[in-house]
Design a protein around this ligand. Sequence first.
Ligand code: AMP
Ligand code: MG
Length: 316
Amino acid sequence: MVAPAASHGRWHTHSASVMGTQASLTFWHTDDKTASLVIQAVFDEFRRIDHTYSPYKASSLLSHVNRQASHRPQVIDEEFVRLVDKSLYFSRMTEGAFDVTYASLGWRYDYRQGQQPSETERLALLPAINFRWVALDPQSATIKFLHANVRIDLGGVAKGYAVDQAVRILKRLGVTNASVSAGGDSRLLGAKRGKPWIVGIKHPRSEKADEAVIHLPLTDTAISTSGDYERYFIDAQSGERVHHIINPKTGRPTETVSSVTILGPQGFDTDPMSTSVFVMGIKKGLALVNRLEGFDAIIIDRQGKVFYSDGLIEPH
Ligand code: AMP
Ligand code: MG
């Protein structure tokens, strides 16, 4: 007797190093051939985003804009416009806590080499940090910088956008259950074997890799975490933790919290919001999140104390 043909659905998983971080994808599919196409399409998209917006690649469109936009308006495309427009929207909403021109000075930090700008350099480049120097014209799709030393870096928004793009591809190819992440930015699609996905928030100071302090059961959500443990070095002289989230007012790494997680509908918002709340700190950050419909936050301060937005606190 021949056994009846079963539908061989199974979980597929793939990870790779891209966009300066580790990206991974897990999803359910009944057809192995289509599943390979899914992996190919998602990771091609991640590589495209990396090539277009990496500040570390001289050939990226972003690097080109950074070289030219203080001289004359640069023609970009609709996607680039949307990324900058979203960033400027967050700058206005956070009164400049989120500011992609942080890179005007931020590019002088090298976390791998343990280097930071000198005091002279900080004071010289600080005036160039101001989102108002970015003149974006969505109609003509052009960008111009109104100050000679301006540089932008979309590192606070591009990974969230990338996981949203991945979800678009997954849905188009018929995937209904998936988890996709790029560094601290993830999206969950549907459930995992009928149960929620369990996403862990890392202990900011754990010696053990990937030790989680909080586990969240999630479906159909975006979740972004910003942490001062992601990219940092300890300054030999001061003993200070020099990390990658910069206070635009001082040009120095922020000093209030160690981890911010934001939950919301899409990575395009949760990513810049996690970076924003990180800069704003507990009080102002939670006030912002509580004011917005559809978002929640979990903040861990430098002493390890955990703070939740109103939506996560059960009423008594
Ligand atoms: P995230 O990975 O979302 O935590 O964001 C951190 C990244 O955002 C950094 O690696 C920088 O590329 C960028 N960034 C740092 N400080 C700021 C800031 N104040 N506003 C906007 N982007 C920032
Ligand atoms: Mg973020």
